[in-house]
Design a protein around this ligand. Structure first.
Ligand SMILES: C=CC1=C(C)c2cc3[nH]c(cc4nc(cc5[nH]c(cc1n2)c(C)c5CCC(=O)O)C(CCC(=O)O)=C4C)c(C)c3C=C
Ligand code: FE2
Ligand code: FE2
Length: 343
């Protein structure tokens, strides 16, 4: 029997340093996130980052935490439940890090008689540190604990026309009643090195302003390229003017070169250029989370207004949007085999 496993990143069990620390340890010790040799990763993560970050992160999580729990988890659960209502096959949810594991998700499906799974990493764009690590982990768990199961992965849907239409419609709705003079597409950043590393074609981005934005490089394994592709397609559907939109990358860690331009620097640049009414959208995330609710909706607003901006909105992620639920259900219901994947 067929079944679906939706997978997102995961959150700590509570917004306390005690629970944030083991969660960050699992997350940052992932070799696809901090991709150094293990001994060095140990020093960077356990010797440096985990000494101070859990407390800071816990404070940030406390600001956005809901009574029911982490927004990312609660939204993902509601989404999974709604998709379930539109399909006959069992739908389960797992998280790459934290206590709601991929193993538990696969076990839940197995208990319902599932032996053929559609794995859906809930990331529109493919990065080694997001999409790829979900697939690698799911395959590891499958071969160790569920050898009888067949797992097929839904490819990254960053350019899927149905997805773009659903996203565009939700952005248009979010913009209603807000007079903007600029829209910023802020994507989660990654180290530049990751782009080259996870590009099996070795036909990678030059990581300058011209590479991905001109359609001259048609390699679809590059995260940066995919961010530009999502943006261009949304702009085309909504008829957004090039001069009124731009792309940036948020949530970097110090030291490595990360994708530019940085979102927080863009807030300043835009305000100084006289763009004072800013709408920010975050299409690297399908569910609102720490990075959108705290970093963009709260901190970002503060930074932009401090820099001279006058008004600012963050347009929510797709979350439980009914078109998004129906689209996921359509993908699930039309999946017949690896050859007929809907993306
Ligand atoms: C959208 C996809 C994501 C990519 C790509 C990604 C890369 C990436 N992230 C870090 C470090 C951190 N990310 C944190 C939170 C976080 N990241 C994503 C998504 C992507 N990350 C989400 C959805 C979230 C929010 C989780 C939640 O519970 O709401 C954090 C934790 C918070 C903090 O301390 O800031 C860290 C750390 C790296 C290093 C990286 C690529 C190398
Ligand atoms: Fe992240
Ligand atoms: Fe590219």
């Amino acid at each position: 029997m067929k079944g679906v496993l939706l997978v997102n990143l995961g959150s700590p069990d509570s917004p306390t340093a005690k629970d944030v620390k083991p969660y960050l340890d699992e997350f940052l010790m992932d070799e696809r996130v901090i991709d150094t040799p293990k001994w060095l990763r140990n020093i960077i993560v356990r010797g440096i980052i985990l000494q101070t970050r859990p407390k800071k992160s816990a404070e940030a999580y406390s600001k956005i935490w809901w009574e029911e729990g982490s927004p990312l988890i609660v939204i993902s659960e509601r989404f999974a439940q709604k998709v379930q209502e539109q399909t006959q096959m069992p739908v389960a949810l797992g998280m790459r890090y934290g206590s709601m594991t991929i193993k538990k998700g696969l076990q839940e499906l197995k208990d319902k008689g599932v032996d053929e799974v559609l794995l859906v990493p809930l990331y529109p764009q493919y990065a080694m540190s997001s999409f790829e690590t979900v697939v690698v982990k799911a395959m590891e768990v499958q071969s160790q604990d569920f050898p009888e199961m067949k797992v097929t992965t839904l490819p990254a849907f960053y350019g899927n026309q149905d997805y773009i239409e659903v996203l565009s419609k939700s952005i248009a709705k979010g913009l209603q009643g807000f007079e903007y003079d600029h829209i910023l597409f802020s994507y989660h950043g990654i180290p530049e090195r990751h782009i080259r590393k996870s590009d099996p074609t070795k036909f990678h981005c030059k990581i300058d302003q011209s590479c991905c934005s001109t359609n001259s490089v048609a390699h679809h394994t590059c995260y940066r390229h995919q961010c530009f592709a999502t943006t261009e397609k949304v702009k085309a559907i909504l008829g957004l003017e090039a001069t009124k939109t731009s792309i940036s990358f948020q949530s970097r860690l110090p030291n490595d070169p990360w994708l530019k331009p940085f979102t927080d620097f863009e807030f300043e640049r835009l305000a100084k250029e006289g763009k004072t009414k800013l709408a920010v959208i975050t299409p690297a995330f399908v569910a609102d989370c720490l990075e959108t609710l705290e970093e963009i909706a709260m901190e970002g607003k503060h930074q932009f207004l401090e820099a001279g901006g006058e008004s600012y909105i963050h347009i929510p992620c797709l979350n439980e949007n009914e078109d998004w639920v129906s689209l996921m259900a359509k993908w699930v219901n039309t999946w017949e085999s690896e050859e007929t994947l809907p993306i």
